[in-house]
Design a protein around this ligand. Sequence first.
Ligand SMILES: *Cc1c(COP(=O)(O)O)cnc(C)c1O
Length: 371
Amino acid sequence: MELKDIKIKRNVLLNPGPATTTDTVKLAQVVPDICPREKEFAGLMHGLRGDLLKIVHADPKEYTSVLFTGSGTINIDICLNSLLPEGKKALIVNNGAYSTRAVEVCQYYGLPHIDLRSSVFELPDLALVERTLQENPDIALVYTTHHETGTGILNPIREIGALAHKYGAISVFDTTSSLAMIPIDVQRDNVDFCMASAQKGIMAMSGLSFIIGRTDVIVRSKDYPKRSYYCNLFLQYDYFEKTGEMHFTPPVQTIYATIQALKEYFAEGEDAKWARHLRVNKALHEGLAALGLKEAIDPAIQSGLVISVLYPDMEKWNFERVHDYCYERGFTIYPGKISTTNTFRLCSLGAIDEEDIHRFIPVLREAIEAL
Ligand SMILES: *Cc1c(COP(=O)(O)O)cnc(C)c1O
């Protein structure tokens, strides 16, 4: 029997990553053992780093990508602790759980920061962002989450990036749940730094995260305060430049899967892939409406990738039981992340299409009826 003939049970993951992967990506991990210090492996990582730049249309003369072993949160940690000069402040434009995570990173490192917190149900107030920049000329870094996965809101990074640049700050955006799904162009969208990990938009496995950013800023950050050893952006960048390798052990199998997933990404194409995610999202909206389920966020400001569904007003409602019913039938639904409102989430990441949703909605209906 050949590897390609192996049958793997297919689950439809409607959680916000890790996402459903193709069998070809899963099987790409089954390779002969290799020491990642071999030149052959460095060559693979070199190609991978170049392909990541292409996803966000970054010019390799201005931008670089740096790989890390870890889940997506490692990128938030690295960008904030590595890119803030001595005596300067970070501005966190915060309308959700993932930007709150960035605020917590600032707190843990004792980084001077402003937590510009606003309603998790709305877009941030750009006039207030501008006023805050005017009043605080020591802000050197403006941070927000592109797609706030906790609610499903899509934040205006292009406008926030333009404001950062107007006031001489760099822009750092958490694009973990948008990159390789929603088209991003670092020039057009005023992105100095963005980030993601392999298990979300790219549709590979967890364990590999990466930061794409301006090379000149990374080089300059060499002289910024050193706040972490394992999570220092310049140190990892410099090691890649000098040796072509990660400073410490890379997630070898995940890297093989990611390389296969990138082949599939470019074969599908940026626009066709985004259209597919939107098709899945539309089928979810329609299915929810047919079941009489309501959404927590105004569709006009949604990303098209995550829907926060309000718990139905039903005495017997029990999310766990609905989850278990769907899970047993191959569909994974996910709890909400809005502290003030009871919601669950349905996401359109991964190697799925509208037919999967057409099979899922009747299962969700049965699950609710079974209560
Ligand atoms: C998934 C995600 C992360 C990373 O979460 P991990 O659990 O560390 O992988 C970070 N930011 C956003 C917006 C995300 O959706």
